[in-house]
Ligand binder design. Structure first.
Ligand SMILES: [Zn+2]
Length: 224
């Protein structure tokens, strides 16, 4: 009998590498990678009421409000699935209210570890402000890692540009919002004894090894 995979949450500011690390964790532990973006899109495609609501906010370029997010998550986790087999949540919970509601939804299958990816502001700024994206296929580049030819995409030849919301000013605004909303989430999990802060400066592989190490340590010692 194989034991179920861990139930994880990845926290961290934009540019901390959450998406990349979540994919690697998903492959390593054989657990589902659940990002809120994917959840919203799937729920909208299924045509659930909460899914359609989430889509309206996203189409308008607004943050999806707590109530809607929680309902979408509840729909997804309500029927067994990833609850039994383990998962890594990426981009959720982002507010204290969402974290509290998540505890309620997961009641019989509590989270094992909440990993907070810690990256200094100046590194986040450099990662995001230096980011360039292909207009056509979305491939991501960086000023330090440009496409081979003159800002034409290596994959499709499309134009590689800076997104409007990747300017330094826009990033600062997003970081402040994240700080305000998510700091209480970090404190919440710290009080529950589930928080592990991981230094996320360095190569993706190195950071990944640090995360795996703390996850395994928490799994061995059981819930605090
Ligand atoms: Zn492209």
């Amino acid at each position: 009998m194989t034991s179920p995979g861990p139930r994880l949450v990845l926290l961290g500011r934009q540019g901390a590498g959450k998406g990349t690390q979540a994919s690697m964790l998903s492959a390593h532990f054989g657990i589902e990678h659940v990002s809120t973006g994917d959840l919203f899109r799937a729920a909208a495609a299924e045509g659930t009421q909460a899914g359609l609501e989430a889509k309206r906010y996203m189409d308008a370029g607004e943050l999806v409000p707590d109530d809607t997010v929680i309902r979408v998550v509840e729909e997804r986790f309500g029927d067994g699935g990833p609850l039994e087999d383990g998962f890594v949540l990426d981009g959720f919970p982002r507010t204290l209210r969402q974290a509290e509601e998540l505890e309620r939804v997961l009641v019989a299958h509590p989270l094992d570890v909440v990993v907070d990816l810690d990256v200094p502001t100046e590194i986040v700024l450099d990662r995001i402000a230096g980011r360039r994206v292909c207009e056509d296929c979305g491939t991501v580049y960086h000023l330090n890692m440009p496409p081979r030819e003159d800002w034409a995409c290596d994959v499709c030849g499309g134009r590689v540009v800076q997104r409007d919301d990747d300017t330094e000013e826009a990033i600062q605004r997003r970081l402040e919002l994240y700080e305000r909303e998510t700091r209480p989430v970090v404190d919440f999990y710290r009080q529950l004894g589930r928080l592990a802060v991981v230094d996320a400066v360095g190569e993706g592989e190195e950071v990944f090894e640090r995360i795996v190490k703390v996850v395994e340590k928490h799994l061995r010692s059981g819930p605090a």
